[in-house]
Design a protein. Structure first.
Length: 76
C-alpha cells in the first residue's frame, strides 16, 4: 500500500483557505474590540460591540464568496 503525497494544488488550497480563516478571526476580534472601546467612549449600551462584528461578518462573507467563486490567477 503506497499513499501518494498531497499535490501542490491541495497544499495551495489549504494555505489559501487557512489564510481566509485567519483574516476572518482577526477581523471579528478587531471589530469586537473596537466596538467595546467605542461603546465605552460614547457611554452607550454595548450596541456597537454587537453591530460592528455583524457588519464585519457581512463584509467577510461577501469577500469570501467573491474570492472563492473565481479561479486562481495562475489557472487562467
Amino acid at each position: 500500500m503506497s499513499s501518494k503525497p498531497p499535490s501542490n494544488d491541495s497544499n495551495r488550497d489549504l494555505v489559501r483557505y487557512a489564510g481566509l480563516g485567519t483574516q476572518m478571526l482577526v477581523a471579528i476580534g478587531l471589530a469586537v474590540f473596537l466596538g467595546l472601546k467605542a461603546d465605552k467612549w460614547l457611554h452607550t449600551l454595548p450596541l456597537l460591540a454587537c453591530v460592528l462584528p455583524l457588519l464585519t461578518l457581512i463584509g467577510i462573507f461577501y469577500k469570501l464568496m467573491r474570492d472563492t467563486a473565481k479561479p486562481p490567477k495562475d489557472d487562467i
